[in-house]
Design a protein around this ligand. Structure first.
Ligand SMILES: [Zn+2]
Length: 82
């Protein structure tokens, strides 16, 4: 009887641990995304400073306005981004 209780407790602990590490993964993925987005925004602000904002860094053509509306900090036009 004591053994069964012990096993049950361990199972619960294990499940909790699994959920916790899952949350950590989601959190670190979100953090990575936020850092990446921040880097892109910083880059876009720099381009704005040098008057290059809105131009594709790859081909030098203007980035489509509808693309800039969705991704204001993008540095590539539709063609170069795909
Ligand atoms: Zn381009």
């Amino acid at each position: 009887m004591i053994d069964a209780d012990f096993a049950q407790e361990r199972d619960d602990d294990f499940e909790e641990l699994a959920v916790e590490s899952e949350n950590d993964e989601v959190l670190s993925a979100l953090q990575k995304e936020a850092v990446l987005e921040l880097e892109q925004i910083t880059k876009a602000l720099h381009l704005l400073d040098c008057g290059k904002y809105g131009k594709c860094l790859d081909c030098g053509k203007p980035i489509e306005p509808d693309r800039l509306r969705v991704l204001p900090y993008t540095t590539l036009c539709k063609r170069c981004a795909t």
